[in-house]
Unconditional design. Sequence first.
Length: 141
Amino acid sequence: MTIKRILNQKGHDVWSIAPDATVYSAIERMAQKGVGALVVLDESRLVGIISERDYARKVILQGKSSRETRVADVMTRQVITAPESVGIDEAMSLMTDRRIRHLPIVEDDVVTGVVSMGDLVKFKLKDQESLIEHLENYITQ
């Protein structure tokens, strides 16, 4: 199973924010959308990602004001991405090795979706449940 299949089921929604927005606006948007990270787009170009972890470590712990701090000042600039063709196991390994929980999916320099580790685990479990059901049906016939 590839990430493309997951995105086709989950949806290709990409929640983003501009680099000059405030961190407060980013956290507010994350809360509204029920996500833990936003891609940072300068027009349509991926320039970073900001997560709740960035907020906790680079704003709260450093005593900065989220209403005055810009996203560009705390976002992760070296964004790890993957194409839609990457397999779930490979994506999970990449995310585990790089210690990230959100993976932007990029095709032809366009962000086509974002998957979280939770998304991958959910779809992996669903796939395994389906396989077990299929094997049980095969055995009992």
